[in-house]
Design a protein around this ligand. Structure first.
Ligand code: SF4
Ligand code: SF4
Length: 170
């Protein structure tokens, strides 16, 4: 049950005012998103419930909830929502707000450490390089995975923004 002192309409308004949050109040709680969610079938995560809590301004519950990190961004819910709620954009925005408060799930942090270390969430291995060569590509991509200068620049950005510290450094 939500009591009036838990509701923080400033939070709901803040979400709506940001890119990705504009459709928050369109949700009329039909539950189609929850019924469509493959992640919800395996966990206690309920998309509809997360959105309702955001509508009610339950900032702490939403931003500290492990549920926030259960979405795999498969878009099944968003394709079916009868109200056109941009659910994945909302979840992304809520995650960004959580990160601003220094909150991130441990599995996401682990993925983040890969980015800090290698410049990509999947490191470049000799096997991948061999596959690239077999396809007639340069062994190393031009991205941060294969370009030392680009990787060094990315590391500077991740440090300046505090991302490396958030995910546990190098
Ligand atoms: S499908 Fe859309 S309208 Fe229905 S509960 Fe989910 S977000 Fe709300
Ligand atoms: S996008 Fe996220 S919330 Fe929507 S169905 Fe997929 S996993 Fe569930």
């Amino acid at each position: 049950m939500v009591t009036i002192d838990q509701a923080n309409q400033d939070f709901a308004q803040k979400v709506q005012s940001k890119e990705g949050g504009e459709t928050l109040m369109l949700c009329f709680q039909c539950g189609t998103c929850t019924a469509s969610c493959p992640s919800g079938r395996m966990t206690a995560y309920k998309t509809r419930k997360l959105i309702r809590r955001a509508q009610l301004g339950m900032e702490e519950e939403v931003l500290n909830s492990p549920d926030l990190w259960m979405c795999t961004t498969c878009y099944s819910c968003m394709e079916r929502c009868p109200r056109g709620v941009e659910i994945v954009d909302l979840i992304t925005l809520l995650r960004n707000l959580a990160v601003e408060k220094g909150v991130m799930s441990e599995p996401h942090k682990k993925v983040g450490t890969m980015l800090v270390k290698y410049g990509g969430t999947v490191p470049l291995t000799e096997e991948y390089e061999n596959q690239r060569e077999a396809l007639g590509l340069d062994r190393k991509p031009v991205s941060t995975l294969g370009n030392e200068k680009a990787l060094a620049d990315l590391k500077k950005i991740l440090k300046a923004t505090g991302f490396d510290e958030l995910v546990g450094g190098n």
